[in-house]
Design a protein around this ligand. Structure first.
Ligand SMILES: O=C(O)CCC(=O)C(=O)O
Length: 379
């Protein structure tokens, strides 16, 4: 067995029978220099990243939140019009003048870099367990043995419930120990900032959908969200691998901060488009759960991340999700009568469980989940 693919006794796989016998872990410190990459990371010909001139850039409207945050009527109506157009088409937009301190963003990038540069064994102290969504995952997640993403991730839960003020620092204290108290505090602070921003964006979405201002902010005020650090090491065969395969986010809203390397791509009008990095902007996209909440009006769109052969890339993704037991049911203003309902009612916890058991990169998760739920409730 090559030295960069280690067997891991600590991971118990769930789906793939081959990896069930022999789970493997990806060690970026070796792999990033390998000129021949393991077969499991080579994507099929028709799914390989675009090879040739760079893909066209997606127009992701920059929404200036300055006027919106100070309730200036013209700024608010401009912002909601742009958001409405983008969300009906592909669900991606950017926000600038968002009020998040750039020092906090830089600090979050710094601690993230520190984490991923640690030796594999150190990072594995936070190893994600099978069936869980929190922890460190090197891309050989034991569920699949092909089309593996060329990345490492660190995910953790954030809750806006006032009783969970120390959730993030406590998590890092438990899994990584005392040395990670600063790390945990920065992560908590970053999540709190994302929580605040996500509620502002929910106001904006309420306005752009022509519903009351507070409808979605009320719905998400006690959100139970997920924060993920994505680290994409260089890959010597960037035309064969993908950092993150094509997927729609099952969550409600994603707030992404990418460094200046570039790699995010969105599938619009039958082709892949790149989203150019902009350090003072957050990229926002609608997830499946909000698509259902808007009765299909706002789109959750397929996206992926490509890799390059020279520079590691980092992105920070905050995935806003409602409290686990909240029922996803569109406001009455968006549904004239029950026949117009596109998706059945569901709770985020049922959908999350479904994605963990049945996720496949090539399926429309929301549609598959809706069909499954309709069958379940028929029985
Ligand atoms: O890193 C990126 O640009 C995309 C990340 C992403 O799609 C994800 O974490 O789900």
């Amino acid at each position: 067995m090559p030295p960069f693919l280690l067997t891991s006794p600590s991971v118990s796989p769930t789906i793939d029978t081959k990896s069930r016998q022999n789970p493997l872990i990806f060690d970026a410190s070796f792999l990033q220099n390998e000129t021949s990459i393991p077969q499991q990371f080579v994507w099929p010909e028709d799914e390989k990243p675009y090879h040739g001139p760079p893909p066209p850039q997606l127009y992701v409207p920059p929404i200036d939140l300055k006027g919106f945050l100070s309730y200036e009527p013209i700024a608010m109506s401009n912002a909601s019009r742009l958001v409405d157009l983008a969300c009906r088409k592909h669900g991606f937009f950017q926000v600038i003048n968002h009020g998040i301190d750039s020092r906090l963003i830089n600090e979050a990038h710094k601690i993230m870099e520190y984490f991923f540069r640690m030796p594999l064994l150190e990072k594995q102290r936070a190893q994600r367990r099978a069936g869980e969504y929190c922890g460190y995952a090197s891309s050989f997640t034991n569920r699949f043995s092909s089309k593996l993403p060329w990345k490492e991730t660190l995910s953790f839960r954030y809750s806006a419930d006032p009783q969970c003020l120390n959730l993030v620092p406590d998590y890092f204290l438990n899994v990584m120990g005392e040395d990670f108290s600063h790390f945990g505090r920065v992560c908590q602070e970053y999540c709190e900032a994302m929580n605040k921003l996500s509620l502002v964006i929910m106001e904006l979405l309420g306005l752009s959908l022509g519903i009351s201002y507070s409808c979605f902010t009320d719905f998400y005020k006690d959100n139970d969200s997920i924060m993920r650090f994505n680290y994409y090491p260089p890959c010597q065969k960037p035309d064969q691998a993908l950092g993150t395969g094509p997927h729609c986010d099952p969550t409600s809203l994603t707030i992404l901060h990418q460094d200046n390397v570039g790699g995010l791509e969105v599938f619009v009008e039958d082709k892949w488009h790149s989203v150019a990095p902009c350090s003072n902007a957050f990229v926002i996209n609608i997830g499946d759960t909000f698509m259902a909440l808007s009765n299909g009006l706002y789109k959750s769109c397929l996206h992926r991340a490509v890799v390059n052969s020279h520079t590691p890339r980092k992105s920070l993704a905050f995935f806003l999700s409602p409290r686990m037991d909240k029922v996803i049911c569109p406001p009455k203003e968006l549904v004239a009568d029950d026949d117009q309902r596109i998706y059945p009612d569901f709770t985020w916890s049922t959908f999350l469980e479904f994605t963990q058991k049945h996720y496949r990169a090539d399926m429309n998760t929301l549609e598959a989940f809706s069909n499954w739920l309709r069958n379940e409730t028929k029985c």
